[in-house]
Write a protein that binds this ligand. Structure first.
Ligand code: FAD
Ligand code: DHB
Length: 420
C-alpha cells in the first residue's frame, strides 16, 4: 500500500486476466461524493472547511460541467451559505441583488416587493459562474475530483463499509472505500436507484409544456425579472448581468429547438411581454435549449450510509427558481449531519437528515407547482382551458393586490419561509 497525501491506495490484481486490465486501484476517504454539480462541489467545500476529506467522481469533463447553462436566481439564505464557506466573493462583486419581481398579464405589470413583504432579497448569478467558483475553490484546496468516469456503482450502502466503484477516464477500474457516500449525481444519476424500490416513495407530475430558454447578448430590457402570463403561453425575462439577458418561452412538450429560429423567438417574446410604453430589445442569441417540466420527489433521502442531495432526489419545474436553491439547502444540512457524525460520533442529524431536508423540498415543490399552474396557459385541447385561464388571471390579480398574498409569494420566492 502506498499513501498519497491523506489517501490510501491499494493496487490489487485478480488472476487470469492481462495485468493492464486487472489492476484495481482502491482508495479510502471519509465521504465519497458522486457528481460534481453544485450539490457535490458545495458538499466537498463545506466538509473541507471542517477538516473532513472527500473524493468526487464525475462522469463529465470539467469543461462540460463548467459550461452547463442552468439556473440564475439564488436565494438570500443560499447566498449566506456560499459566503460562509468561502465561495461568495465573486457573487457579491458581480451578482445583481433583486428586491422584487414583476408579474404580468395583458394590460398589467405589477411589482411584488420582497424586502417590504418579508425583508429578504434574491441574487442573480448564473449557475455556470457558481460552478466555476466551486471548482476553483475545491482545486485550490487539493480536492480529488475524478472527471470523465464511467460505470459508477454504489455498493454495500446499507453496511458500515460502503464503496463506490467506477472506471477512470483511462478506463481503469477503481474503488473508493468510504465512511459515508453522498449521491449528488442529479436526476439521471445512479444513486437514487441504489435505494431499493421497496422502501422508496415517488411522487411526480409531468406538465404538458416545456421551456425554450435563450441566452442573449443584449442588455436586459428590465431592472427585475418579469414573469408574464399571455394567452399564447408564459414568458420569463431574466438576466445574467447588465449586458446579458436570459429569456424563456413556454412551448408545447413535444416541440423542439429546431422549430424556433431567432426571429420567431424574438417575435413571440415581444408579443408575450407587450406593454404600452415598454419595448423589448432583441440581440444575438448565444445559446438555445429546451427544458422539460416536471415535479418529482423520491423519499427517503437516506439509505444506510448513502445520502441523496439535490436533483438526485427531487426535481421542480423551473418556475420559481428553486432547483439550485434546494440543492444548496440539502447540502448545508447534510454537511452539518456528517460533521456531527464524523467528529462527535453523534448520529442525531444523520438520522433526521431526510425528514429535515424533505420539509423544504415539499414546500418548494408546492411553490413551484403553484407558480407553474398560475402562469402557464393550458393547451387549447384542454376542455377546461377557458375556465383555467380565467382562474389564472384572477389569481394574478389577487396575489399582486393583497399584501398577505404577495407576502406568501415573496416568502417562498426568497426562501424566507423555512430556515436553511
Ligand atoms: P446536477 O447539477 O445535475 O449535477 C449532477 C452531476 O452529477 C452532474 O455533473 C452529472 O454529470 C453528474 N453525474 C450524473 N450521473 C453520474 C454518474 N453515474 N457518475 C458520476 N457523476 C454523475 N434550476 C433553477 O433554479 N432555475 C433554472 O432555470 C434551471 N434550469 C435548468 C435547466 C436544465 C436543463 C436542468 C437539467 C436543470 C435546471 N435547473 C434549474 C435545476 C438546477 O440546475 C438543478 O436543480 C441543479 O443543477 C441541481 O444541482 P445538483 O448538483 O443536485 O445536480
Ligand atoms: C431563471 C430561471 C428560472 O427558473 C426562474 O424562475 C428565474 C430565472 C434564470 O435562469 O435566470
Amino acid at each position: 500500500m502506498n499513501v498519497r497525501g491523506n489517501f490510501h491506495w491499494t493496487e490489487r490484481r485478480t488472476g487470469g486476466q492481462s495485468p493492464s486490465r486487472l489492476t484495481i486501484v482502491a482508495m479510502r476517504t471519509q465521504v465519497g461524493i458522486v457528481g460534481s454539480g453544485p450539490s457535490g462541489l458545495l458538499l466537498a467545500q463545506i466538509l473541507a472547511q471542517h477538516g473532513i476529506e472527500s473524493v468526487i467522481v464525475e462522469s463529465r469533463s470539467r469543461e462540460y460541467v463548467e459550461a452547463r447553462i442552468r439556473a440564475g436566481v439564488i436565494e438570500h439564505g443560499a447566498v449566506d451559505v456560499l459566503t460562509e464557506y468561502g465561495v461568495g466573493e465573486r457573487l457579491h462583486k458581480e451578482g445583481l441583488r433583486h428586491d422584487g419581481v414583476y408579474l404580468q398579464w395583458p394590460g398589467h405589470r405589477e411589482r411584488i416587493d420582497f424586502v417590504e413583504s418579508c425583508g429578504q432579497s434574491v441574487w442573480i448569478y448564473g449557475q455556470t459562474q457558481l460552478t466555476k467558483d466551486l471548482v476553483n475553490a475545491r482545486l485550490a484546496g487539493d480536492q480529488q475530483i475524478h472527471w470523465e468516469v464511467s460505470q459508477t456503482r454504489i455498493q454495500d450502502a446499507d453496511t458500515d463499509h460502503p464503496r463506490i466503484t467506477f472506471r477512470d477516464a483511462s478506463g481503469h477500474p477503481r474503488r473508493i472505500d468510504c465512511d459515508y457516500i453522498a449521491g449528488c449525481d442529479g436526476f439521471h444519476g445512479v444513486s437514487r436507484n441504489t435505494i431499493p424500490e421497496s422502501i422508496r416513495m415517488v411522487a411526480q407530475r409531468a406538465y404538458p409544456f416545456s421551456w425554450l430558454g435563450i441566452l442573449a447578448d443584449v442588455p436586459p430590457s428590465t431592472d427585475e425579472l418579469i414573469y408574464a402570463w399571455h394567452p399564447d403561453g408564459f414568458a420569463l425575462h431574466s438576466m445574467r448581468s447588465t449586458d446579458v439577458s436570459r429569456l424563456y418561452l413556454q412551448i408545447a412538450a413535444d416541440d423542439n429547438v429546431t422549430n424556433w429560429p431567432d426571429e420567431r423567438v424574438w417575435e413571440a417574446l415581444s408579443t408575450r411581454f407587450a406593454l404600452d410604453g415598454w419595448t423589448l430589445t432583441s440581440g444575438p442569441t448565444l445559446e438555445k435549449s429546451v427544458t422539460p417540466m416536471r415535479s418529482f420527489v423520491s423519499a427517503p433521502m437516506r439509505w444506510g450510509r448513502l445520502f441523496l442531495a439535490g436533483d438526485a432526489s427531487h426535481i421542480v419545474p423551473p418556475t420559481g427558481a428553486k432547483g439550485l436553491n434546494l440543492a444548496i439547502a440539502d447540502v448545508n444540512k447534510l454537511a452539518a449531519a456528517l460533521v456531527r457524525a464524523i467528529q462527535d460520533g453523534r448520529d442525531d442529524l444523520i438520522d433526521s437528515y431526510s425528514d429535515d431536508a424533505l420539509r423544504r423540498v415539499w414546500q418548494a415543490t408546492h411553490f413551484s407547482w403553484w407558480m407553474t399552474s398560475m402562469l402557464h396557459t393550458p393547451p387549447d385541447a384542454d376542455p377546461d382551458a377557458a375556465f383555467l385561464r380565467q382562474m389564472q388571471i384572477t389569481q394574478l390579480a389577487y396575489v399582486t393586490s393583497s399584501h398577505t398574498a404577495a407576502t406568501g409569494l415573496a416568502e417562498n420566492y426568497t426562501g424566507a419561509v423555512l430556515p436553511y
